[in-house]
Ligand binder design. Structure first.
Ligand code: 5GP
Length: 180
């Protein structure tokens, strides 16, 4: 399927499921090698990372824990505007190597915030695994340990990523078609 329409926008096929799978397997091998013998806890970031986490974890052979968290943003009435919270985390990650499993890293601001919050739980180390990354958009300081694929600085959907909740179920990655 070369094209897909979600609400008012058209997207075209960008990266096939086969290509994604190949890169997930490479990442899994790398993680299996590097974190052997460590107390590891994988932390999938909902909603977008559900598909990547599912595919990645099936290839992980470590004796590890897996959990998920959600970042909630609330529009506050204060001058700071937004308040973010973690839902679904507890202090069990103390002394573990935490591997954050993200769908995509864009500017890196979500990640920056998440890592700051996670540090308060006292993990041994924090590693970042993301399926996709947009190097041109990234302005963060945190180094990304495991990157599935680097992509163009354009809006994409599929493989867990949505447009207004639609498109998460697509097994391939699609890119927004120019409007003209
Ligand atoms: P950042 O904070 O790194 O700028 O953005 C990260 C979050 O923005 C991701 O977790 C994802 O939810 C959303 N995001 C960034 N780029 C895209 C994209 O191309 N497509 C979709 N669907 N979401 C994106």
């Amino acid at each position: 399927m070369g094209k897909v329409k979600l609400l008012d926008k058209s997207f075209k096929l960008y990266i096939s499921a086969e290509e994604i799978e190949k890169n997930v397997n490479i990442l899994a091998r790398q993680i299996n090698n590097e974190l052997k013998g460590e107390e590891v806890c994988f932390l999938g970031v909902l909603n977008g990372a559900f598909m990547f986490a599912s595919d990645l974890l099936r290839q992980i052979n470590l004796n590890c824990r897996t959990t998920f968290l959600k970042l909630a943003s609330y529009s506050g009435t204060s001058s700071t505007g937004k308040v973010k919270q973690l839902i679904g985390i507890n202090e069990d990650i103390k002394d573990s190597v935490v591997v954050v499993v993200e769908d995509i890293v864009d500017t890196g601001s979500t990640l920056e915030y998440l890592v700051k919050l996670l540090k308060e739980y006292g993990p041994k180390d924090i590693k970042i695994a993301t399926m996709f990354m947009k190097p041109e958009a990234y302005v963060g300081e945190i180094s990304i340990d495991y990157i599935g694929m680097k992509i163009q600085n354009e809006f994409v959907v599929g493989y867990g990523l949505d447009y207004e909740g639609y498109g998460r179920n697509l097994k391939d990655l699609y890119i927004l078609e120019s409007q003209n």
